[in-house]
Design a protein around this ligand. Structure first.
Ligand SMILES: [Zn+2]
Length: 70
């Protein structure tokens, strides 16, 4: 149960993170564009489209990728 918000107003494209973000983990995630800019509040998993709150570190994202791999 990854989709907690039922946010399916429209099918949206996941944009890549800024090129300056070099951590490998970001290859697995992107952001939705909202009102013309990337919404960096939540990162979106490219594999399962889960939205994961972006709190300034990558721990949540690493945990998510680990859970996919297991
Ligand atoms: Zn995922």
């Amino acid at each position: 149960m990854a989709e907690a918000e039922g946010d399916d107003r429209e099918r949206r494209v996941i944009k890549n993170v800024p090129e300056a973000w070099k951590a490998d983990i970001w290859a697995h995630f992107g952001f939705y564009k909202v009102n013309g800019k990337l919404d960096k509040t939540y990162a979106v998993c490219k594999t399962c489209h889960s939205k994961i709150k972006h709190v300034g570190n990558t721990t949540n994202f690493k945990n998510h990728v680990d859970s996919l791999a297991s």
